[in-house]
Design a protein around this ligand. Structure first.
Ligand SMILES: Cc1ncc(COP(=O)(O)O)c(C=O)c1O
Length: 702
């Protein structure tokens, strides 16, 4: 966080001395006989001046005017005039509780309906996005130049694009905000960027909000140029551009974040809008706190070269600024030495904004936890090193780019720089190693809520699989892929007792249907079919991360038919089955490697379309498998349990015990088409089944 005092930056003595003397009643402070021994004479005289201003208004404990104490606003106006060379008027200054308070007041006045929008930079300080959504408005992001071009604005077109796109969505652009110098990106706009921005706002007649809280934090010989100065100088603005600029006591040499001081200056703002702002302040928070107002006045009113405190003040000032600048240089250089991290030079503010190359597996692991990939990386950095940086994605982003990174402040003590860089480098290397090594430990990929990619296949159990398959092929346009003959253990090993016909549904080369038949009364599939009728036995969905899905579901109390992920007998792919107790039918989750062949490709590699047509699907392309180990035996056991539990009339006498919950799977619905029955599910408690699917897999209710 940009909280310098919390990170060891020392307060400037001069400011604190005056504030202390203002806080104390004169008899204990400015008029105390020992005051001269404790405070420089110029400090005492300045504090007396402040007392003379404050006391007639009721002292430090009284409300002030809504815009703040007039004399302090005069200090601020003089500061602005000296900085820019153009008039500034106290009547246009509002003293506020920090810049955040000022920005909140203005956005509150601007956003009146859900159609109102504010243009913000793609990467922006989250105060803007948060306030805009809190106030029910819209954000219209504009692009900055590419990273390697310094992230500045050199193209009017990018502003126009953002504007017209928002307008075409029915939005009304009320204002455009700039952060200069930037947060989170440490750019500092040069004059031409500011000219483009001012001209754009003037042409489009939208208000410009210039957040300039880092104007004193400038590096590398850059010069801060205010929006006000450019607005006063370019003919396009013609004293028409509505501009509100913000400044704060929280940054720069003062960095008194906790004192809550700041100001905003209105330029060319209509009397009506000005009046609304006054009304908003007076009716919602009558005035800014008096100590904050004093700090703002002091920000604008430092000691003069003729003052006794001047030398010490200058020394403290350059200590603060030099040390920040030197840390920033070391930080950027150090980051750039880390393989996989790139950081642009920082021109202003307190932050470096490096981009980080993330391994694909870490992106996948992050997605599984619901974290943004860079947030996942930053959390790992925090856990492993105790270092806290902010993920770049917290500040928004650039649509269509896959830039990952973080924002880091240079606010640590000078002697910590090596530790910081080494810590980041070591973590980066270990993180990269972990997520690129092929034996990346499973535990390092957190369990993920399964995201179902697509329906992979379903399996139908019936009495005459050949006939059902033929019907699908001849009348419904399914395509034959292969048969799979299986020995499930009820016959000697040279024979088969289960047959599968694998078909591809019309127009869906990524999916298959397996039509299965147990070939004798002892096979589980036969028993199952006899018990529950012909029908769909299980539905298989493809997931990205079957291991993660397994862990997630098990951790959430979902029963599976095996105690670990197994290998599918037919396809050789990693999969597992979910107990039908949950959804009313078996759900199989399966993971296909991205380079695995679709069923279409398998068929195409076998033979031409012509050949396929003339091939008997009974005889060819037959695989032999054994049904005695791995997932299928687990599945068979579960099926056996179900049969044992459901002690209905058609169950064999030796099946006695109930252990599962077969009641959810009741009779299947049957649809007669000629000699063939097409079957679907009928579950006893559709509400529960639906809830399970919605909760566990992000099914969408349509
Ligand atoms: C760009 C920007 N604007 C506004 C603020 C808020 O400052 P204040 O403490 O004056 O409310 C910050 C604080 O970090 C900031 O970075």
């Amino acid at each position: 966080m940009g909280n310098p005092h919390a990170c060891g930056q020392c307060p400037i003595t001069y400011y604190r001395q005056i504030l202390a003397l203002c806080e104390l009643p004169p008899a204990y402070g400015v008029d105390h006989p020992n005051a001269q021994k404790m405070f420089p004479t110029d400090v005492i005289s300045k504090a007396k001046e402040y007392h003379a201003i404050i006391e007639p208004l009721g002292g430090m404990g009284a409300y002030t005017e809504p815009q703040g104490i007039q004399a302090f606003r005069e200090h601020v106006s003089s500061f602005i005039k000296a900085r820019d060379g153009y008039p500034s008027y106290p009547k246009n200054i509002f003293l506020t509780n920090g810049a955040s308070n000022a920005i909140q007041i203005v956005l509150t006045a601007l956003i009146a309906s859900e159609k109102d929008a504010i243009m913000t930079p793609g990467y922006q300080y989250p105060l803007y996005s948060s306030l805009i959504s809190l106030l029910g408005g819209n954000q219209a992001c504009y692009e900055l130049d590419e990273e390697d071009k310094g992230w500045i604005v050199t193209r009017k077109e990018s502003l126009e694009r953002s504007y017209t796109s928002a307008v075409s969505r029915g939005l009304v652009i009320k204002a455009m905000s700039i952060i200069n110098p930037g947060n989170p990106i440490g750019y500092c706009f040069d004059r031409s960027s500011l000219e483009i921005i001012c001209e754009f706002c003037a042409n489009r007649k939208i208000m410009l909000l210039a957040d300039e809280v880092y104007q004193q934090n400038i590096y590398n010989g850059k010069e801060f140029i205010s929006a006000k100065k450019v607005c006063c100088e370019i003919p396009a603005c013609d004293n028409q551009l509505e501009l509100i600029s913000f400044h704060s006591t929280s940054k720069g040499i003062m960095s008194e974040c906790g004192k809550r001081g700041g100001y905003m200056e209105l330029c060319n703002i209509s009397p009506f809008f000005h009046q609304q702002l006054v009304k908003l302040v007076s009716e919602t928070s009558p005035c800014a706190n008096t100590s904050g107002q004093i700090m703002t006045s002091l920000l604008a009113n430092p000691p003069l070269p003729s003052d006794k405190s001047y030398a010490k003040f200058q020394k403290e000032k350059s200590n603060v600024l030099d040390s920040i600048a030197s840390r920033m240089t070391s930080l950027v250089n150090g980051l750039n030495k880390i393989n996989g991290i790139t950081c642009q030079p920082v021109e202003g503010s307190l932050y470096a904004f490096p981009s980080v190359k993330l391994p694909q597996r870490s992106i996948k692991a992050a997605k599984a936890t619901g974290e943004a990939p860079d947030a996942f990386y930053c959390l790992s950095l925090l856990e492993k090193t105790g270092m806290c940086v902010v993920p770049a994605s917290n500040f928004g982003g650039i649509p269509g780019t896959n830039r990952f990174g973080f924002r880091i402040t240079c606010l640590f003590s000078d002697d910590k720089i090596t530790e910081v860089i080494e810590g980041i480098a070591k973590h980066h290397e270990e993180f990269y190693q972990l997520y690129t090594s092929c034996n990346c430990p499973r535990e390092s990929l957190p369990p993920s809520k399964p995201k179902l990619k697509c329906l992979d296949h379903y399996t139908l159990i019936c009495e005459n699989a050949k006939q059902v398959a033929e019907f699908h092929i001849e009348y419904l346009g399914f395509r034959f892929l292969r048969t799979v003959d299986v020995n499930t253990g009820t016959v000697d090993k040279n024979n088969i007792d289960m047959k599968n016909y694998v078909l591809e549904p019309p127009g869906n080369p990524h999916m298959s249907v397996v039509i299965t038949e147990g070939l004798n009364d002892d096979t589980i599939f036969w028993k199952y079919m006899k018990r529950y009728g012909a029908g769909i036995h299980h539905v298989a969905f493809e997931v990205d991360d079957v291991e993660g899905a397994f862990q997630y579901l098990r951790a959430n109390g979902v029963r599976t038919t095996s105690d670990s992920v197994t290998t599918d007998m037919l396809s050789g792919l990693k999969q597992f089955f979910i107990d039908p107790a949950h959804a009313g039918f078996y759900i199989e989750l399966i993971e296909r490697p991205s380079d695995s062949e679709s069923s279409d490709e398998i068929v195409n590699s076998m033979e031409s379309e012509e050949e396929r047509k003339h091939t008997s699907y009974e005889k060819t392309r037959t695989d032999h498998s054994f049904f005695t180990k791995g997932n299928m035996s687990d599945l068979a056991n579960t099926m056996h349990s179900m049969l044992l539990e459901d002690d209905g009339p058609s169950i064999a006498d030796d099946m006695t015990r109930l252990v599962s919950t077969p009641s959810v799977l009741s009779k299947t619905k049957q649809l007669d088409i000629g000699p063939i029955q097409l079957v679907g599910f009928s579950v006893e408690n559709p509400k529960d089944a639906m809830k399970f699917l919605l909760d566990s897999f992000n099914f969408r209710f349509v």
